[in-house]
Design a protein around this ligand. Structure first.
Ligand code: TRP
Length: 327
């Protein structure tokens, strides 16, 4: 017996990288053991910030493929594309009527978006959290796993549920619990900023072993270690952070000791890490290639996900329309 229903969404950003994996996907996979899970590729949310939609289809496909190869099990878990179930836009409209505008424009996430794209402060951007609340409540999720950056949106969702249920004297919408995912921030190859595709400091899960090694070799290490003979400081080295995730306890211990006394250089340290990383990703890459070889596989999964999601969505909307008193 599962503990409840999990819903989470992610924008279609294409091929996933190690930051996506350690920060979200790994957790998505683990949650399947305890919860009934629904994972959504939120293409409508993506429209709020995209300048062009050229890559939207391909990015959706690549992300779904990575999720499946990483261990999302579509026989149990619903994997689908947000826009394939249009009821979410209807619920978005209804929820927008119980949302004070000031609450949306006060959100730090909204202010940040305005700073990022002052040339494109569109209406959808203001309503972004309302659409997210619609996602979560349409599927009656009890639990939503999110990173800390989404905490204010989850709190907004909970408040919206209370407003809606109070306003319409009902309990059809469920107030979801937020499950903050405790993940170490994954720093990119620049050794400075959070790993992200837009900064090009990322390592793709689907990269070949050679490409992965190349990327690892460009990683910035302890800036104070200029020469091979200089002792290093693993605690400030991003390569060491990766060793802690992908290498054995003995290797981590060895790198720690040897780096500090210049017994091992950065090149060998990186090669060792890349080898362990590649070994870790090998089963993922094999599964990915298998799924990709079957041209229809991902499309079939998404179509099936759409069907299963639609049943839940339409049931919720029947209840919502009745509660609101729509004729
Ligand atoms: N806003 C989330 C993000 O940027 C994505 C998202 C959309 C989401 N709908 C959701 C996350 C529902 C959890 C639940 O990461």
């Amino acid at each position: 017996m599962k503990k409840g229903r999990v819903f989470s969404g992610a924008r279609p950003t294409g091929r996933q990288h190690l930051g996506n994996y350690l920060g979200a996907i790994k957790n998505y996979v683990a949650l399947q053991d305890e919860y009934e899970c629904i994972y959504c590729i939120v293409d409508l949310h993506a429209l709020t910030t995209l300048d062009t939609t050229e890559d939207l289809r391909q990015n959706t496909y690549e992300m779904a493929l990575d999720w499946l190869a990483a261990g999302i099990r579509p026989e149990e878990t619903i994997v689908f594309v947000q826009s394939h179930v249009p009821q979410v836009t209807e619920l978005h409209t209804i929820l927008s009527m119980v949302t004070p505008l000031g609450k949306l424009t006060d959100l730090p996430t909204f202010k940040e978006k305005v700073r990022m794209q002052p040339h494109n402060v569109n209406y959808g951007l203001v309503g972004y959290p309302v659409l997210m609340a619609a996602d979560i409540t349409l599927y009656k999720a009890n639990v939503v796993p999110v990173g800390l950056d989404q905490a204010s949106h989850l709190e907004f969702t909970r408040e919206t549920v209370r407003s809606f249920n109070y306003r319409y004297k009902t309990n059809v919408l469920i107030e979801p619990e937020m499950k903050i995912t405790e993940v170490p921030k994954v720093i990119g190859t620049d050794g400075q900023q959070k790993m992200s595709k837009s900064l090009n400091n990322h390592i793709e899960l689907a990269a070949t072993p050679e490409e992965t090694l190349q990327r690892v070799m460009t990683m910035v290490t302890d800036p104070q270690r200029q020469r091979r003979s200089d002792p290093g400081r693993p605690e400030v080295c991003n390569v060491f952070s990766f060793h802690k995730v992908f290498s054995s306890t003995e290797e981590v211990q060895m790198v720690d000791t040897e780096c500090r006394r210049a017994g091992i250089g950065c090149v060998d340290c990186k090669k060792l890490m890349a080898r362990n990383l590649n070994a870790h990703l090998e089963p993922f890459r094999q599964r990915r290639a298998e799924y990709a070889a079957n041209a229809d596989y991902v499309q079939d999964v998404l179509r099936d996900g759409k069907q299963r999601a639609s049943v839940i969505a339409e049931q919720t909307m029947k209840e919502v329309r009745a509660a609101v008193g729509l004729p």
